[in-house]
Design a protein around this ligand. Structure first.
Ligand SMILES: Nc1ncnc2c1ncn2[C@@H]1O[C@H](COP(=O)(O)OP(=O)(O)OP(=O)(O)O)[C@@H](O)[C@H]1O
Ligand SMILES: [Mg+2]
Length: 241
């Protein structure tokens, strides 16, 4: 569905993403992991149109999307969540998500339809769809759910979920994983899931890619990743067996 080839992004000569290639297959959950600063969010920003690639290509169903604007990419059915949530604090939860439904789809929808789609997305993400519910009091896990609901409301075919944020406990991480599995099962959405820790991700993903210093150092089954010497070195440091 999505083919990334030799993707590179330099910031003033510093290569945050260095010749990364991978494919995303329809219906899979692909894990993208790597230590802090390894380039995961930058890859999402490149795919989703927040950043322009320095070189390389990103093809969606065979057509180049690298360098398109964020709204163009979103209208093609590719939605992302942000690692650092920034909701509209003055709007209700429903209002936040209805805006995404309204502006995130290529075809025009009425306000009523946008609100119905928003309510469904909130329910899937595990948040109240009551129009009186506000962003006040949402903790880290709640804000992640809101990000997810905003992305789902755009009715994507592909979801880029940047879940790497501290502050979630084990139960909350298990719940986040269950929601992603449900999204794939019920809506047929193909997912790339970014994390900096392996943990629960390994139980859910079909394949995993490991990044280090902007380079793809491993691609394979989650069962193989923990045995890979380069991955062990990156996660545990040199000298570990
Ligand atoms: N807009 C930018 N300008 C300059 N440098 C940037 C920019 N965005 C990212 N970087 C740098 O690129 C590298 C990769 O950053 P990125 O945010 O992609 O890492 P990450 O893998 O998502 O890390 P984390 O797990 O902490 O979220 C880092 O060294 C970061 O400082
Ligand atoms: Mg990141």
């Amino acid at each position: 569905m999505l083919a990334v080839e030799s993707l590179t992004k330099s910031f003033d000569g510093f290569r945050a993403v260095n010749r990364v290639s991978f494919e995303l297959r329809k219906g899979e959950i692909l894990g993208l992991i790597g230590p802090n600063g390894s380039g995961k969010s930058t890859i999402f920003n490149l795919i989703a149109g927040a950043l322009r690639p320095t070189s390389g290509s990103i093809r969606l169903d065979g057509s180049e999307i690298g360098g398109m604007s964020a709204d163009q990419v979103c209208h093609l059915g590719l939605a992302r969540t942000f690692q650092i949530p920034r909701p509209f604090r003055k709007l209700s939860l429903l209002g936040n998500v209805a805006l995404a439904a309204f502006f995130g789809q290529r075809q025009r929808v009425t306000r009523g339809e946008a609100e119905r789609q928003a309510a469904r997305a909130l329910e899937l993400a595990g948040l109240p769809s009551d129009p009186r519910a506000t962003t006040g009091g949402l903790g880290a896990a709640g804000l992640k759910k809101l990000e997810l609901a905003r992305a789902l409301a755009t009715q994507p075919r592909i979801l880029l979920a940047d879940e790497s944020l501290g502050g979630l406990d084990h139960t909350e991480m298990d719940q986040a994983a269950a929601v992603l599995e449900r999204i794939r099962a019920e809506l047929g959405i193909t997912i790339i899931w970014v994390e900096h820790i392996m943990g629960v991700l390994m139980r859910v993903v079909d394949r995993v890619i490991v990044l280090d210093h902007g380079e793809n150092i491993f691609e394979g089954a989650p069962t193989e990743v923990a045995q890979d010497p380069r991955v062990i070195e990156v996660y545990l440091g040199k000298g570990h067996k």
